[in-house]
Every structure is written in C-alpha cells, then in structure tokens.
Design a protein around this ligand. Structure first.
Ligand SMILES: C[S@@+](CC[C@H](N)C(=O)[O-])C[C@H]1O[C@@H](n2cnc3c(N)ncnc32)[C@H](O)[C@@H]1O
Length: 224
C-alpha cells in the first residue's frame, strides 16, 4: 500500500477525523484507514466492505497494523456495535446511498461523521438536519471532479451554519461554501446558470426552480 499518495478528497477527510476509534464504511482498499493508522491519527480502525473482493484487499492492506485494525464484511453500519467507534467516514459514493446507510442504523451513528459524496451533498445535509447533526466543516476538493467533503457532529439545537442563509439554497449548495464565499462554488454556480439559461426554453417547471435557486445562491456572494 502506498501511504504517501492520498487524493485531496481523502486527505481532507483524514485531517478532519478526530483521535479515537474510527470506522470507514465502503473502505475498498483501506488506503484512508492505512494512512490514519500510519500517522497515529486514530487509535483503532475498522474497515467495512459490502463486497468480498475489496474486503479481502482491505484485510491484506491492514495486516501490518495488527490488532489496531480490522476489516469486516457487511452492509453499511450493520457490522458495527453500538458505541464501538467515535467517528465514521463514508467516501466515494452517492449522497443518497450515504443517507440510506446512516438512516438504516441510527443507534450506531457516532458523534462524528465525515463524508465525501461523489455528487450533490443535499441528501446528507438533509439527513443531518433531521437527525440533530450540525455541519461543523465543509469544503470542496479538487480531483477528477470537484468533491464536497463534510464533517457533521451531533449537537443539540438548530444548526448555526444555516443562520442568515435561505435554507433551501444552503441545503442544495452547502452553508459553509456559501458563507466562506468558496471560489469553486462560485465558478460552479456561474457555469450552472449559463447551462440552465440555455435550456430555459424547455417546458420543464423544475428548470425554472433550479435557475432561481442558482441565482439566489449567487446573491449570497459579495462580488462587485
Ligand atoms: C467507489 S468505492 C470508494 C472507495 C473509497 N471509500 C474511496 O473513497 O476511495 C465504494 C466502495 O463502497 C463499497 N460499498 C458500497 N455500498 C456499501 C455498503 N452499503 N456497505 C459497505 N460498503 C459499501 C463498494 O463495495 C466499494 O468498494
């Protein structure tokens, strides 16, 4: 396993995982866990894989960490015990699947959840809002595409990240990228606006809604 070359999306996930016991769901080759363990960023790591081939790869790659690491074959959070880990990560899959995995075993979701969806993070932002998790950090990383990375933490009360933002717009595009005036989000919004305007002649009510949402997101940027 090459421990030096995590992609920026996984490097960001790695940096946001707190010290403790951690499980990576859909670990595949277990590069993320391997790096977390190698850099002593976590005490113990559990790789969970639904498919046998990546599960066996994870077993092989984690061997060198002895009893600090373990791979388990299973679906989502099913192979975890309640309270066994302080944090989980789910990376490199669609946000709707992530929300499904998190919803299937609410009692097993620990205090910290770090996710890197491959598409719009809206389904996981909605999951967090409905289940009492705040968006502590969120950014956009560069790679083959632009990938969002989000860190949720269980906390009481309304999530202050959404204060002073239109909720539907922030759920779609992310409260922190909007508040932090993220330049990658700004460029994405300009491109979306242009693309959607070119389709505006089509009789699709969803299109008008999308154009308006993009325009309201652009209004959150203080650009002169
Ligand atoms: C595209 S790979 C991403 C691997 C790695 N997390 C990354 O970001 O590079 C997705 C992995 O998740 C696994 N997977 C998909 N659904 C899963 C589930 N419900 N439970 C556990 N693993 C799952 C797949 O077998 C696959 O190895």
């Amino acid at each position: 396993m090459n421990l030096k070359s995590l992609e920026p999306r996984l490097q960001t996930v790695l940096e946001w995982i707190p010290l403790g016991n951690h499980a990576d769901i859909g670990a595949d080759h277990a590069y993320l866990l391997g790096n977390l363990l190698d850099q002593n960023r976590i005490l113990k790591g559990i790789a969970i894989e639904k498919n046998r081939e990546p599960f066996e790869l994870a077993c092989k790659n984690l061997e060198k960490f002895g009893d600090r690491a373990e791979a388990r074959l299973g679906d989502g959070l099913a192979p975890l015990q309640v309270g066994e880990v302080n944090s989980i990560s789910i990376c490199g899959m669609g946000a709707a699947l992530m929300a499904k995995i998190l919803t299937a075993h609410p009692e097993k979701v620990p205090e910290h959840v770090v996710v890197q969806p491959n598409d719009s993070a809206e389904p996981v932002r909605r999951w967090a809002l409905q289940t009492g998790f705040h968006v502590k950090q969120e950014t956009i990383t560069v790679g083959f595409w632009h990938y969002p990375v989000l860190h949720f933490q269980r906390q009481a009360g309304p999530d202050p990240a959404y204060t002073d933002l239109p909720l539907d717009v922030a759920l779609r595009f992310g409260p922190w990228p909007l508040k932090n005036q993220n330049p990658l989000l700004y460029t994405h919004l300009l491109e979306q606006e242009k693309r959607l305007r070119n389709l505006a002649h089509l009789p699709n009510p969803r299109l008008q809604e999308d154009i308006q949402k993009v325009q309201r997101a652009l209004e959150c940027f203080n650009v002169n």
